[in-house]
Design a protein around this ligand. Structure first.
Ligand code: FPP
Length: 236
């Protein structure tokens, strides 16, 4: 492979946007777009795993998404079940580890249970980490971290970046916590409360493609673009 393999991001995070518009273009209900969005997660996970990406974080449901119509919320929160029912054998065969970030106890029991099952079954794998951000909001994550720090009784002078990072949901990722590349589909160009702390030095890639249409070739294009970037982390 070309340059890309020399400069592959270790952690790719995706804001999967445009499911509703994809369905509307086909005169179908919005949930049809979400269902098709699950198909895109399958193909992109497969591709990311084959390429050797180490972490793929997908933004499945934000703390703000609760304000959508109840039926849509219910539908989205059932999708992990559909996804894992259909793909667990393949995830196991590809050595994928399932992980989650977000306010997991705040999810309905069923969703919570399904996610835990997938996490447990894949716990001994050591390939790609498929990290689902669900009931996730970055501000909520930071509030949660501050609450834990205050409750631990630590002196204010001891609070530093490392301590805050230790209390973020992404802590389990260690040095892979910060995404190298954040992709947002559907032409929108904003973070929408996603990984605000972790995105401090991330590269961004925006595409007009709607999430259900996002293909392995689209991911390749984003990776080629990333490979040309010169990351300076504030230095010259
Ligand atoms: C954004 O499109 C998409 C979502 C809010 C939901 C995405 C969730 C999934 C694809 C399923 C997740 C499941 C697993 C297994 C991780 P939108 O509805 O905001 O689209 P629009 O902007 O066109 O209305």
């Amino acid at each position: 492979m070309s340059k890309r393999s020399n400069n592959l991001p270790k952690h790719v995070a995706i804001i999967m946007d445009g499911n509703g518009r994809w369905a509307k273009q086909r005169s179908r209900p919005r949930v049809f777009g979400h269902k098709q969005g699950v198909e895109a997660i399958k193909t992109i996970t497969r591709h990311a795993s084959h390429l050797g990406i180490q972490v793929l974080t997908v933004y499945a449901f934000s703390t703000e998404n609760w304000s959508r119509p109840e039926a849509e919320v219910k539908y989205i929160l059932k999708l992990p079940q559909l996804f894992f029912d259909e793909t667990l054998p393949e995830l196991m065969a590809n050595n994928v580890q399932v992980r989650v970030i977000g306010d997991i106890p705040g999810l309905p029991e069923e969703t919570h249970g399904m996610l835990n099952e997938a996490i447990e079954k894949t716990a001994n794998n050591d390939g790609l980490i498929l990290n689902t951000a669900i009931n996730y909001g970055s501000r909520d994550e930071i509030v949660h971290a501050v609450q834990e720090i205050v409750a631990s009784g630590v002196d204010a002078s001891q609070v530093d970046e490392a301590l805050i990072e230790k209390h973020l949901y992404t802590n389990f990722l260690g040095e892979l916590s910060d995404p190298d590349l954040i992709i947002r589909t559907s032409g929108e160009e904003r973070l929408s409360n996603f990984l605000l702390w972790q995105a401090a030095y991330s590269e961004f890639y925006f595409t007009d493609t709607l999430w259900p249409d996002f293909s392995p070739e689209d991911l390749d294009e984003a990776l080629e673009d990333y490979a040309q970037r010169h990351r300076r982390y504030g230095k010259l």
